[in-house]
Design a protein around this ligand. Sequence first.
Ligand code: FES
Length: 114
Amino acid sequence: MAKHLVICKSEDLEEAGKGVRFDVPRLGEVISAFAIRFEGRAYAYLNQCAHLPVQLDWNEGEFFTKDQRNIICATHGAQYDPKTGDCFLGPCQGKALKQIALIEQEGVISITLD
Ligand code: FES
């Protein structure tokens, strides 16, 4: 049976606000990831820029641009669509963040572990 990893409560993810970081165990490694909420829906991505293998947030949990419309990498300013993870501006334009499927149910946000 698939195992679930609880990330946070639904209320912990504010609309286009601070994200929640979490670790994903994958193939014997632990990979940093994050969850955000945008237009009411929760999304999760690996916390790795598509430009260079660095985490997106210098200040923990701050993933959005000032206008709260896009995800931004703090290192060189690449911007990503919060719904798809597609990079549309910056050095990795045309690439994308790796999205992780999440489940939001009964006030809890979780992912399924392989
Ligand atoms: S490392 Fe993210 S834009 Fe360069």
